[in-house]
Design a protein around this ligand. Structure first.
Ligand code: ZN
Length: 286
């Protein structure tokens, strides 16, 4: 697979959103609101947009968060169905919510059998610590999810860093909690989404350096500020994954972000690894 992989794009069924969340999102995307809505209802429209932006493939991050965002577990069927005609370019990502699932392990296995490429855990929107299965933690089902993903060789992306959506709780955003997960599931590929930005970059980088199977997803960080956030980024370039978080508030766009990343002046080899090679290595033929 050659071409740029954007591993963090949010094409999601916005009609499920709670009204206050929906207002926060829509209000932030005046300029490309129509494009986003067109993409949501027609994957062919998204493919045309990827072509015009020079992007080969995208991972479509969906997760269940009924009480905070409004997304129920129906997002899983939605994203699998959305991606099915373009599986070489659209990678479905879904989730099992430990607080809303009676059989989290079984559900995770079912999603993988159905073709989910990755699972997402969103602590600040699911109101659960990434390591909430430990120390007598309330949610042992989370360990089942990690265990099933590890066994299946499917990566798990964990949101780290803050979130400003109404109802999000930011005490859950510290990437240091992923340290436990990486210790307990050493063969599981764990992606630290957003690298803990803007509060916990040191913690994220520590976890990244310590554990061989952890990856850094740079989405949601303005690309021109990437080296301010992570001054030693180049030393870990083989574990850095490209992502934008489009169309989240404040993200300019798929191609615009790539252009601003290229202006950082990193070597061609490092740019290629971050934009293309690392994702290909992580995802294999998925
Ligand atoms: Zn995101």
């Amino acid at each position: 697979m050659s071409g740029i992989t954007d591993l963090h794009v949010h094409i999601q069924p916005w009609n499920m959103l709670k009204p206050d969340v929906s207002r926060a999102l829509a209000g932030s995307r005046h300029h490309d609101h129509q494009l986003i809505e067109a993409c949501q209802s027609d994957p062919g429209r998204l493919i045309a947009h990827l072509d015009s932006e020079g992007i080969q493939r995208v991972a479509l991050i969906n997760y269940s968060s009924p009480d905070v965002m409004g997304f129920t577990d129906k997002v899983n069927e939605w994203v699998l169905d959305y991606c099915k005609s373009y599986r070489d370019r659209l990678l479905p990502v879904g989730s099992v919510h430990p607080r809303f699932s009676s059989h989290p392990g079984d559900e995770a296995r079912r999603l993988m059998d159905a073709g989910m490429c990755m699972l997402k855990v969103h602590p600040s929107h699911q109101l659960i610590h990434a390591n909430a299965y430990r120390d007598g933690g309330e949610w042992p089902g989370l360990a089942e999810i990690y265990g099933v993903a590890q066994e299946a060789g499917v990566p798990v992306m964990i949101h780290t860093g803050t979130s400003n959506f109404p109802g999000a709780r930011n005490k859950y955003g510290n990437p240091m909690e992923v340290d436990d997960v990486a210790v307990d599931f050493p063969e599981l590929d764990l992606i630290l989404a957003h690298g803990g930005r803007p509060l916990w970059m040191d913690e994220a980088f520590f976890v990244l350096r310590r554990h061989p199977r952890t990856w850094l997803d740079v989405s949601g960080i303005p690309p021109r500020r990437l080296l301010d956030y992570f001054p030693r980024l180049e030393s870990m370039a083989h574990k850095v994954l490209w992502g934008t978080d489009w169309p989240a508030p404040g993200v300019p766009g798929l191609a615009a972000n790539v252009a601003s990343f290229r202006e950082l002046g990193l070597s061609a080899e490092i740019q290629d690894a971050i934009l293309e090679g690392n994702a290909a290595r992580l995802l294999g033929t998925r």
